[in-house]
Design a protein around this ligand. Structure first.
Ligand SMILES: NC(=O)c1ccc[n+]([C@@H]2O[C@H](COP(=O)([O-])OP(=O)(O)OC[C@H]3O[C@@H](n4cnc5c(N)ncnc54)[C@H](O)[C@@H]3O)[C@@H](O)[C@H]2O)c1
Length: 430
């Protein structure tokens, strides 16, 4: 018989994971503090663009999935998986308060033998120090004796149709060998490949390595973009050539800066924890410095492009194409497009954006001042009215060829206009 489970935090990670378990025949109770999400699931609706409503509706109708805001229902299940946010606070330090709040909310309802797995990306020690303490205190039980505890990082790649939750190998680390065995049994119900490691800390550190690897390599190509650009060499052509090497090379691509909930944030979880051990994370700091300077470089290129037309940024109309941080998704968290908009506005430009996936900017903590701004329509008259257009994210749904017909000044940060016939001086790579 399958293990009944609760998944806490029904966002970009928790919802697809819940659906994967439900599709595999496991009964899933979704728990979230956000009532509209709970209502949507129980009504068989999806609130994440790349998850079809029918995928939710099917599982709810079959009785395999339901959602609630009542955390006492944890007593009904044999395993709890936590997928809540792990952001940085305003001083760029880890904020694990969502994990600790979840721990406090579920602890009084844990029953003997229940397994708790943390999936939120975090620094080594969160599971066996911080979460363990909260769970033991709130339940009066002992981790590894009365209940099981484990960490398993999520490897979700939103918007990538080739990325299937079921077939992505899943790293798992338990507090004790028995915790690991129970975690294997849990995920074995829904996933094909498990990668057991020796501890929760190794599993936590594995996820950080994966994201630091991306952050550092993106910084490297961002730096090379500027250096090669100054030499008149197109970095994208260089990467395309280099990636023909069948071993020892892996392509990473430059862009206008880092975005999303992971790469700009997670590496700094390690930086913070490393200080406790008197260690510095120099690669992470350097990569962060280069990546966060990218929007300024792009704005510098906008200035050059306008200057070539005897215009200044001050008083010009600039359009950002692509507000979401990566192609084909509606996720605008930490998007560098907002940095571009803020910088250009600060320099006196009138700024607009076009994004078919983000018709209107939702209120958020970080970019509240843009909330309510609407995407401009995809029409020649609207687009041609801008003095310059920045391609910040290259969504498939955007016709970049048409854009080259409508705009005479394009700052392309994604090589989206590659091999298009354009006029001299029309495209500025940045
Ligand atoms: N999005 C990704 O692609 C991705 C990939 C790998 C790992 N991660 C990691 O997974 C974790 C979750 O990320 P996400 O993108 O799913 O976040 P999200 O913001 O999309 O979803 C988090 C959910 O948790 C809920 N929540 C917040 N506080 C809660 C609480 N105290 N109790 C219950 N629910 C609560 C929110 O309402 C929301 O529905 C983060 O640690 C993130 O770093 C994300």
């Amino acid at each position: 018989m399958s293990m009944s489970i609760a998944i806490v935090g029904l966002g970009y990670v928790g919802l697809p994971l819940s659906l994967q378990f439900a599709r595999s025949g496991v009964k899933v109770l979704g728990l979230d503090i956000d009532p509209p999400k709970v209502e949507a699931i129980n009504a068989g609706r999806s609130y994440i663009k790349h998850i079809e409503p029918v995928m939710v509706a099917e599982q709810v109708k079959a009785g395999r999935m339901s959602a609630s805001t009542d955390f006492s229902r944890v007593k009904e299940v044999q395993a709890v998986i936590i997928c809540v946010p792990t952001p940085l606070n305003k001083n760029r330090e880890p904020d694990i308060s969502y994990i600790l709040e979840t721990g406090k909310a579920i602890a009084p309802h844990l029953t003997k033998g229940t397994l708790v797995v943390l999936e939120s990306t975090t620094y080594p020690g969160t599971t066996d120090e911080d979460l363990l303490a909260v769970l033991e205190q709130g339940s009066g039980m002992k981790a590894g004796v009365d209940f099981h505890l484990a960490f398993s990082p999520e490897r979700e790649d939103p918007g990538n149709p080739a990325s299937k939750v079921a077939s992505i190998p899943k790293v798992i680390g338990g507090l004790t060998p028995a915790c690991l065995e129970k975690t294997k049994a849990l995920y074995g119900q829904a996933l094909t490949t498990l990668v057991p490691v020796s501890s929760c800390r190794v599993a936590e550190a594995t996820k950080l390595l994966e994201n630091i690897f991306r952050g550092v390599n993106i910084a490297l190509v961002n730096e090379l973009k500027i250096v090669y650009g100054a030499m008149g060499i197109d970095v994208w052509e260089v990467i395309d050539a280099a990636k023909t090497k069948p071993f020892g090379f892996m392509p990473f691509y430059p862009g206008p800066g880092l975005g999303g909930h992971c790469i700009p944030i997670d590496p700094f979880y390690l930086t913070w924890k490393a200080r406790e051990y008197g260690k510095n994370t120099r690669f992470i700091e350097l990569a962060g410095e280069i990546n966060t300077a990218m929007p300024e470089y792009v704005v510098h290129r906008v200035g050059e492009a306008l200057n070539a037309q005897r215009k200044s940024i001050n008083g010009s109309r600039v359009l950002i194409v692509g507000l979401a941080y990566k192609p084909d998704v509606d996720d605008d968290r930490e998007s560098p497009s907002y940095d571009l908009m803020d910088l250009l506005k600060g320099l006196g430009a009138t700024v607009g954006y076009y994004d078919p996936h983000v018709p209107v900017i939702r209120p958020t903590r970080e970019h509240g001042h843009w909330a309510g701004t609407k995407s401009v329509p995809w029409e020649k008259s609207a687009i041609a009215a801008f003095d310059a257009v920045i391609i910040a994210t290259a969504h498939k749904a955007v016709d970049h060829k048409q854009l080259t017909d409508w705009s005479h000044c394009i700052i392309d940060t994604r090589n989206a206009t590659k091999s298009m016939a354009v006029k001299p001086g029309q495209i500025w790579k940045a």
